[in-house]
Design a protein around this ligand. Structure first.
Ligand SMILES: [Zn+2]
Length: 502
């Protein structure tokens, strides 16, 4: 069964539960949520998956350090991630945990199918292993003998493991990359991965001896080994939609339209995962969407610097919508970005409170003053170009540019007020001019409310309510038409969208 045309499947990575959720996780999940909501506006049925990655050495050790069993440990941290998604107003339709039976069953089936393809073999291995990365390193990838990410010397480990014939997929992957130049977003990440393929891929170890690590999914047919955490984790994208447990559902949703993640795990998603899928005779996801790292006030976020930004703090001060807006208005999605409270504060006041909030407030107040609080006579408007530009950027993950298009519109409407001066026109008795200006403003604001819906769902709804527009199932096909505000409809009293923050 081919995937259904009207289905859109987007994922975040499953978050590794060795530590609590931070702003980086929030950034990834909001990006996926924006796309999920945009696709719903396009009329698609959306499956939006997030979840937690719960196996592996680091977790076993973190649980031990805390003096609790691994399951107890992951239960608690996974709950924290579930909670974060509620606070972020993420519209995820599923939340998978790799310790769930549906995942374990699917991951084991995946292993069996890859094994049947002749891609899994056993060999004894000795190598330099970084516990932080949960991966073996070859000498040339170390910097001064240290893991380039953790700056720690890897341990020499020796064990008999199962290996995946990743090398076999170097050529098929090259071909796939060349035939799909948009496979990895943004372009520089596609090029980076294509370059790695030029060097050729090595087979990788995909299991661990239970003597070293028992916290993992048992390898089918061999109780002495558990799956390597990446081999286990990547399969969540298929196990969550029924691979190995509900083939009909799986057929409706696979392949994924987009896997969203930060750049340090791009390689696993762009190279290893497609190779695993080819081995399992499954389709490759349509797009790998990679974003950069966040710094704080120009510095790398770290516990030792004490500059780790907690998303809960931002949300409690500025509200969830301002946070969601800021992260994608200020930073260019795909590149590295810098978070600062100063810039957030500026955007809050200038873009949200002033440009958008005041526009709505002024427009509704004038409608009450000059038109008895009722939508005036309908006037024609030109908005097709706005939607074309906005949608093109949204489809291309260019969220910053999409918001620029929306704010151009917002500024244009503010200028219209300054130019038309409805209060003067009213004084001079030019009632038709007043009505035309106000209708253009009100209907323009309705269009804006829909365009910002993926970014700021609560604000969108508040705006539509104040405009007297009954909010129904958000869908472009029945919302972007000009003139849906009916003349004579009564408006509510204006309320500040983004009140002043001390
Ligand atoms: Zn490392």
């Amino acid at each position: 069964m081919p995937k259904r045309e009207d289905h859109y499947y987007v994922t975040t990575p499953i978050y590794y539960v060795n530590a609590a959720a931070h702003i980086g996780h929030a950034y990834t999940s909001i990006a996926a949520d924006i796309m999920a909501r945009f696709q719903r506006l396009l009329g698609k049925q959306v499956n939006f998956l997030t979840g937690t990655d719960e196996h592996g050495q680091k977790i076993a050790r973190a649980a031990e350090a805390k003096g609790v069993g691994p399951q107890t440990f992951v239960d608690e941290i996974s709950e924290g991630f579930r909670d974060l998604h509620k606070v972020l107003n993420a519209s995820n339709t599923d939340f998978i945990r790799t310790s769930e039976p549906r995942h374990i069953a699917g991951a084991q089936k995946f292993w069996e199918v890859a094994n049947a393809s002749g891609d899994i073999y056993k060999k004894s291995y000795e190598g330099l292993y970084c516990v932080g990365c949960e991966q073996y390193f070859v000498e040339k990838d170390l910097i001064d003998g240290l893991c380039p990410i953790h700056k720690k010397a890897p341990e020499m480990l020796s064990e008999e493991n199962y290996f995946f014939r990743l090398s076999r997929y170097t050529e098929p992957l090259k071909k796939y990359f060349d035939e799909h130049p948009q496979f990895v977003f943004p372009q520089n990440r596609q090029k980076e991965m294509r370059q790695i393929l030029e060097e050729g891929l090595d087979d990788i170890s995909i299991s661990r001896s239970t003597e070293k690590l028992s916290w993992g999914i048992p390898v089918p047919g061999d109780d002495s080994q558990v799956m390597y955490v990446w081999f286990d984790a990547l399969t969540n994208y298929v196990t969550a939609i029924g691979y190995g447990t509900d083939e009909k559902f799986f057929g409706d949703w696979w392949p994924a339209d987009a896997h969203v993640m930060a750049k340090e795990i791009n390689r696993f998603h762009s190279l290893l995962w497609p190779a695993m899928l080819m081995s399992a005779k499954l389709e490759v996801p349509k797009q790998i969407v990679v974003h950069g790292w966040l710094t704080v006030d120009g510095e790398k976020m770290s516990k030792s610097l004490g500059n780790v930004v907690n998303p809960y703090d931002i949300v409690s001060r500025y509200g969830i919508d301002a946070f969601r807006f800021f992260m994608f208005r200020e930073m260019s999605f795909g590149s590295d970005g810098d978070f600062s409270y100063t810039k957030l504060d500026q955007r809050y006041r200038a873009d949200l409170s002033n440009d958008l909030g005041n526009l709505l407030m002024r427009t509704i107040a004038m409608t009450h003053k000059f038109c008895e609080g009722r939508v005036p006579l309908e006037t024609k408007g030109e908005h097709q170009e706005f939607w074309d530009r906005y949608s093109a950027h949204m489809n291309a993950w260019e969220f910053q540019k999409a918001l620029e298009v929306v704010w151009d519109y917002v500024r244009g409407l503010n200028q219209l007020i300054d130019r038309e001066k409805p209060w003067t026109a009213n004084k001079e008795g030019r009632t038709e001019d007043v009505a035309r200006t106000l209708y253009t403003l009100l209907e323009g604001l309705r269009q804006i409310a829909i365009a910002i819906q993926p970014f700021m769902p609560e604000t969108s709804e508040k705006m539509l309510r104040q405009l007297g527009f009954e909010f129904f199932e958000p869908n472009f096909s029945n919302l972007v038409e000009w003139g849906l505000l009916k003349s004579g409809a009564e408006l509510a009293q204006p309320e500040a969208l983004f009140p002043h923050i001390e």
